[in-house]
Write a protein that binds this ligand. Structure first.
Ligand code: AMP
Length: 499
């Protein structure tokens, strides 16, 4: 078993890790840290939630501390590029936390806030700069920043960078970096476009990879409620009356939709806040802080805004709207299974969204159990209640429509049908990007499970939701079931909760 002390990290860093309560490295850390400490380039496939921030932050801090240099105005030694402000802030916080016993400084810059304070901070000199690409370029154009002294570059969430249209900014940034540097590149997915981008940043990289996306899906108890659009708000309010829903992230597809949900909650006397791209930075920070502190129980978010939000103790995710990109569904529900916790995800699905549900089930190779509308939420119309697709859906799940526990009740059992998303990825599709990838030389292959249908119980044999035992998720499904990433699962199950 690898321990943090096995890496040869500087004592002040080990001390900070002990203070954080980290006992042993996560699989992405165990794989990445040795290469990164050697000074090698790394190309990593890992999602948020796997511990990848420390996987790059720890070796970077070590290398800086081993080779101290006086700080130079406007010329950081490390540049970390992040697609969103929230993620950038969290990465900077991690550098400060792990580096708190070192004499190194970290600054974060992103758009949406006044640039002058950032210019001033850079003028004073910083060691580590975490930035979103747009603001970084603004600062360079204003001559407030130079990338000439960059020794180490990190490009985090590369797939998200491309989704957000940062490709041109990245191409420009790479031309301004010294050729002699170390580069660490991370992405949750590695389709061709991303690997091509990686090649332009990396030199002879070590490849590391953990946790195909399906693992997240397997850890989260999921259910779907078929409901007409006009009933979604009342359904949400009904569910939120359950006090066991302690801290809930509600996802909408649009910013406007998020605001509308919050206004509805407000009318119903439920405290909620929205977080999306139209909110100012102070508004976002205030909402996140209240959510973290527990004074605001419901945070309504769009996909982009929620990327990288790292809040422990999210008991539920509610998909008010189903995402039209199936990967987003997995990212969303992963918010409620941080650092080894299991969580519950409830999705609302109207008639138009049934096609999205099909895509999601294809990607995750999980059939999402159907839940009836809870008492007090009237079916929208007789037509909706008896519509063919809905009957089909519940029959396919082998589940009766009545007599099951409330959809949000815990302990309604797991899914016996875990599958690798990797094996199922539709490689030709733009929307469904391939997962995982082969880790080179790290001895931890990904995926490689037996073909799904061999293990999948026949439809009729699957227990109805209400009949499943509380711990119905079979051990094999949770650990041994995934060849090659048993270590990952062990960490997920045993790791102490942070903060
Ligand atoms: P990340 O993937 O970097 O967003 O990290 C996910 C969460 O795991 C964060 O809350 C980290 O603080 C936490 N974490 C990272 N490394 C470890 C570790 N070795 N042991 C326990 N928790 C960790």
């Amino acid at each position: 078993m690898t321990l943090f002390t096995d890496f040869g990290l500087a004592q002040p860093i080990l001390k900070a890790l002990t203070a954080e309560g980290y006992e042993k490295p996560t699989p992405i850390q165990a794989q990445t840290i040795p290469y990164a400490m050697e000074g090698r380039d790394v190309c990593g496939i890992a999602q948020t939630g796997t511990g990848k921030t420390a996987a790059f932050a720890l070796p970077i801090l070590h290398r800086l501390s081993e080779n101290p240099k006086p700080r130079r105005a406007k010329s950081p030694r490390v540049l970390v590029l992040s697609p969103t402000r929230e993620l950038a802030s969290q990465i900077a916080d991690s550098f400060r936390t792990y580096g708190r016993n070192l004499r190194l400084t970290t600054e974060v810059v992103f758009g949406g806030v006044t640039i002058s304070r950032q210019e001033k901070a850079l003028a004073n000199g910083v060691d580590v700069l975490v930035a979103t690409p747009g603001r970084l370029i603004d600062l360079i154009d204003r001559r407030a920043l130079s990338l000439r002294e960059i020794e180490i570059l990190v490009l985090d969430e590369a797939d998200q960078m491309l989704d957000l249209g940062f490709i041109h900014a990245l191409k420009r940034i790479v031309t301004m970096l010294p050729k002699e540097r170390q580069s660490l590149f991370f992405s949750a997915t590695m389709p061709k476009t991303i690997s091509t981008l990686a090649e332009s940043f990396l030199r002879n990289p070590a490849h590391v990879a953990v946790t195909p996306v399906a693992t997240t899906a397997e850890r989260v108890e999921q259910s779907i409620i078929f409901v007409q659009t006009g009933r979604k708000q009342v359904l949400l309010e009904t569910l939120l009356r359950d006090p066991s829903i302690e801290r809930v992230l509600v996802f909408t597809r649009t910013k406007h939709g998020a605001d509308k949900v919050v206004r509805g909650l407000d009318k119903a006397g439920i405290v909620g806040a929205a977080i999306h791209g139209n909110k100012s930075q102070p508004q976002r920070e205030k909402a996140l802080a209240a959510f973290r502190a527990g004074t605001c129980r419901v945070l309504v978010a769009t996909d982009i805004a929620a990327r990288g939000i790292d809040v422990d103790g999210v008991s539920h995710v509610i998909n008010y709207d189903l995402p039209n990109v199936p990967e987003s569904y997995v990212h969303r529900i992963g918010r409620t299974a941080r650092a080894g916790a299991t969580g519950l995800a409830i999705s609302f699905c109207n008639d138009e969204e049934k096609a999205y549900l099909k895509d999601i089930e294809k990607l995750t190779r999980l059939k999402v159990p159907v839940m009836p509308l809870p008492e007090g939420v009237p079916a929208a119309s007789a037509v909706a209640e008896t519509s063919e697709p809905r009957r089909e859906q519940s029959q396919r799940n082998g589940q009766p429509q009545r007599g099951r526990p409330a959809p949000h009740a815990r302990g309604h059992g797991g899914h016996g049908q875990s599958r690798s998303a990797e094996a199922n990825a539709d490689k030709g599709s733009q929307r469904r990007r391939s997962r995982g990838g082969k880790p080179a030389g790290n001895g931890q292959p990904q995926g490689g499970q037996p073909s799904g249908n061999q293990q999948r119980p026949a439809q009729g044999q699957r227990p109805a939701q209400g009949q499943r035992p509380a711990q119905a998720k079979p051990a094999a499904n949770r650990s041994e079931g995934r060849r090659g990433d048993g270590a990952q699962v062990a960490w997920l199950e045993k790791s102490p909760r942070r903060r």
